[in-house]
Design a protein around this ligand. Structure first.
Ligand code: ATP
Ligand code: PRP
Length: 227
C-alpha cells in the first residue's frame, strides 16, 4: 500500500479477537487491506495481511495499550473503557488520533431490579461495587460523594448483585440484553464508549511516512456514514 515502506519492517497493529477484530475488518477493507485468517479459527497470534507492510498481532483487549505503549506494536485498537483505565496507571507514550466509531456501548452503573439505588445514594449509604473498571468507578462515585467498597472482577460482573457479592456493578451495556437476562437494570451512564486507534508516540516520529497512509485510511473509514 505504501511504497515508502516496502522492504522495511512491517507495521504492527495490535487487536483483540472478537468484536474489535470483526469490526476492524471493514475499516481495513476500506483501505484495500484484507486479512485471510480468522483468529477465532486459527491459533496464530501474528497474522499477515494483504499489505506486506502491515501485520496484525492478536492480544487480550486489555493488553492492547501495553503492546503499543512499549512499542511492540506500532499501533492498536482499544475500547475507550480499556484505554482510560490503562492511561491512569501508565500515563504517556500513546497518541490517540482517531475515534473509530466501532464497538459502541456505554459504561453504566446497574443494580438488581427492586434495589432503590437513588434512595441508597440519597441516604448516603455505603455501596459495594463490583467491576473491572476501578478508576472509572472510583472517579464516578467520588464525584457524587458516594462512599464505596470496590470489588475487582475480571468478567461476568452481572452475577455479583445476584449472589450478594455487591450492591451494584459498573460494566458495559450495549443492547441491554445481558442486564435484562439477569434481572438487572441500568441506573446511571458513566461514559459513552467506542474503540480508538492508538499509536506509539515514538513510532509516530520514526515511522511517520509508513503510518501516514494508514492513519488517513482509518480516518476516512471511521467517518460516520451519511443516513
Ligand atoms: P478481555 O479479553 O481482556 O477480558 P473483553 O472480554 O472485555 O476483554 P471484548 O468483549 O472483546 O473483550 O471487548 C472489547 C471491547 O469492545 C471492550 O473494551 C469495549 O470497548 C467493547 N465492548 C465490550 N462489550 C461490548 C458490547 N456489548 N457492545 C459493544 N462494544 C462492546
Ligand atoms: C459485554 C459486557 C456485558 C455485555 C453487554 O460482555 O461486559 O456483559 O457485553 O452487552 P449487551 O448490553 O448487548 O448485552 P461480552 O459480551 O464482551 O462478554 P465478556 O466481557 O464476558 O467477554
Amino acid at each position: 500500500m505504501n511504497p515508502a515502506n516496502t522492504g522495511a519492517k512491517p507495521l504492527t497493529l495490535a487487536l483483540s479477537k472478537g468484536r474489535i477484530f470483526d469490526e476492524t475488518l471493514p475499516l481495513l477493507a476500506a483501505a484495500g487491506i484484507h486479512v485471510s485468517e480468522n483468529p477465532e479459527r486459527s491459533r496464530k497470534l501474528i497474522l499477515p495481511t494483504s499489505d506486506p507492510d502491515l501485520r496484525l498481532i492478536i492480544v487480550r483487549a486489555s493488553d492492547v495499550p501495553t503492546y503499543v505503549q512499549y512499542g511492540a506494536a506500532d499501533l492498536g485498537i482499544a475500547g475507550l473503557d480499556v484505554l482510560a483505565e490503562h492511561i491512569r496507571d501508565h500515563p504517556g507514550g500513546l497518541y490517540q488520533p482517531i475515534d473509530l466509531n466501532i464497538a459502541r456501548c456505554r459504561l453504566c452503573v446497574a443494580t438488581r431490579e427492586g434495589f432503590d439505588y437513588h434512595e441508597a445514594v440519597r441516604q448516603g449509604s455505603r455501596l459495594s461495587v463490583a467491576t473491572k473498571y476501578l478508576h472509572a468507578s472510583r472517579e464516578h462515585f467520588g464525584r457524587k460523594g458516594v462512599h464505596i467498597d470496590l470489588i475487582k472482577l475480571y468478567g461476568s460482573m452481572e452475577l455479583a448483585p445476584l449472589v450478594g457479592l455487591a450492591d451494584v456493578i459498573v460494566d458495559l451495556v450495549s443492547t441491554g440484553n445481558t442486564l435484562k437476562a439477569n434481572h438487572l437494570v441500568p441506573v446511571e451512564t458513566i461514559a459513552e464508549i467506542s474503540a480508538r486507534l492508538i499509536v506509539n508516540q515514538a513510532a509516530l516520529k520514526t515511522r511517520a511516512r509508513a503510518l501516514a497512509p494508514l492513519l488517513d485510511a482509518f480516518g476516512r473509514a471511521a467517518q460516520p456514514q451519511p443516513a
